[in-house]
Design a protein around this ligand. Structure first.
Ligand SMILES: NC(=O)c1ccc[n+]([C@@H]2O[C@H](COP(=O)([O-])OP(=O)(O)OC[C@H]3O[C@@H](n4cnc5c(N)ncnc54)[C@H](OP(=O)(O)O)[C@@H]3O)[C@@H](O)[C@H]2O)c1
Length: 337
């Protein structure tokens, strides 16, 4: 086992777009563990849009990262030493640990995962937080019904790629948008979307949405915000539901943007809009993981991920994801399975 632990810390808070300068890489000896602690060799690490918010010094639903501290992330790893009664050497675990090769944990915020049935990385994506978010947003929040027309923004990403597949399993019509022709092809040719468009090429977002969703939208799964959200609002049908999942188009803004125009549609079309945070819905998440495992085994769900290599490339992977260079879930592989 290597005896050096490479870690990524927050060097400075971004103003606008995140850059590599906002991170610093440090190395220290792999730490010893105390009583009731375990040492995890991290194998896969997740980079997620919400981390951009944690780089700002503002109060939110998760605490801000602190300058100089090792950044936190969802991780899958293997226990390499344990003085904790619930964990043994060789156990595979997932939970919130650090942007680092090895993490010490007291076992809180960790759970064991089965290494046999699905690839370990899936616990950060389709069987982890992004997949759960897709299920909670579509079913618990938006109450999708068979035959509903569902529209998804950032449709080829970690959450969006699962939303579309879940909606198809549920008998919905599904359309969406993504940021390249290759991603659009993936949506319609592999992920089961009925129609999709490349928003970067669109001359009129409202028209493009109308083209892919001609009868209008019953359920808008909103991942992006800004102009795409505004355009979706124009296409909402009476009594439509909007699951406000994320607003990634705003995350790097230095100034707050004015809200979308056309808000009157919310009244005239009797729309229901609800924001949500996936961690508020543990029962639905558990229900989802059981269903998704079966659907993966049956081939009803498929999964795409983009994998960066090595802890030193985690900042680039994070920036790439914010800029749309990922397809499916962006993760970083830190060590061999
Ligand atoms: N509420 C919750 O509990 C919860 C949980 C997880 C995630 N989320 C939210 O869900 C959304 C998707 O997250 P994810 O993990 O699945 O990320 P992701 O979609 O895998 O990656 C982010 C994607 O956002 C798209 N994007 C970036 N800037 C954009 C812009 N200005 N306009 C349009 N698209 C843009 C890019 O794809 P393109 O190439 O298509 O532009 C990029 O690949 C995020 O808003 C995130 O904050 C919410």
């Amino acid at each position: 086992m290597p005896n050096i632990n490479t870690q990524i810390r927050l060097a400075s808070r971004p103003s606008g777009w995140v850059t590599e300068d906002n991170f610093t890489t440090t190395s220290e000896a792999v730490p010893d563990i105390g009583n009731e602690q375990l040492l995890v060799r991290n194998i896969f690490m997740s980079v997620d849009p919400y981390m951009r918010g944690r780089m700002n010094d503002v109060k939110s639903y998760v605490p801000a990262f602190q300058i100089g501290e090792v950044l936190q992330a969802g991780v899958v790893g293997v226990v390499v030493a344990s003085r904790h009664e619930n964990y043994a050497e060789g156990d595979y675990v997932t939970g919130m640990l650090g942007w680092e090769d090895f993490s010490v944990s007291d076992g809180t915020q960790l759970r064991k995962v089965n290494s046999g049935s699905q690839p370990l990385s899936y616990h950060l994506g389709i069987l982890g937080m992004p997949g759960m978010t897709a299920y909670v947003g579509l079913h618990t929040i938006a109450g999708a019904k068979p035959d509903d027309a569902v529209f998804v923004s950032a449709a080829s990403g970690a959450v969006g790629s699962v939303v579309g597949q879940l909606a198809k399993i549920h008998g919905c019509q599904v359309s969406g948008c993504a940021g390249s022709d290759e991603k659009v092809a993936l949506l319609t040719e592999s992920l089961g979307y009925d129609a999709a468009f490349n928003y970067r090429n669109s001359e009129s977002l409202p028209k493009s949405i109308k083209d892919v969703c001609p009868k209008g939208i019953d359920v808008n799964f909103e991942n992006v915000g800004g102009e795409i959200f505004e355009a979706a609002l124009w296409s909402m049908r009476d009594f439509g539901r909007i699951a406000m999942c994320g607003m990634i188009s705003n995350y790097n803004d230095e100034q707050l943007q004015p809200g979308p125009r056309g808000m009157m549609a919310i009244i005239g079309r009797r729309l229901k809009i609800q924001g949500f945070i996936v961690t508020d819905h543990p029962d639905a998440c558990q229900e989802y993981v059981a269903k998704a495992s079966a659907w993966l085994n049956d081939g009803k769900l498929i999964y795409h991920e983009t994998v960066a290599d090595g802890i030193e490339n985690a900042p680039t992977a994070f920036i790439d994801m914010l800029q749309g260079r990922n397809t499916g879930k962006q993760i970083v592989q830190l060590s061999a399975v």
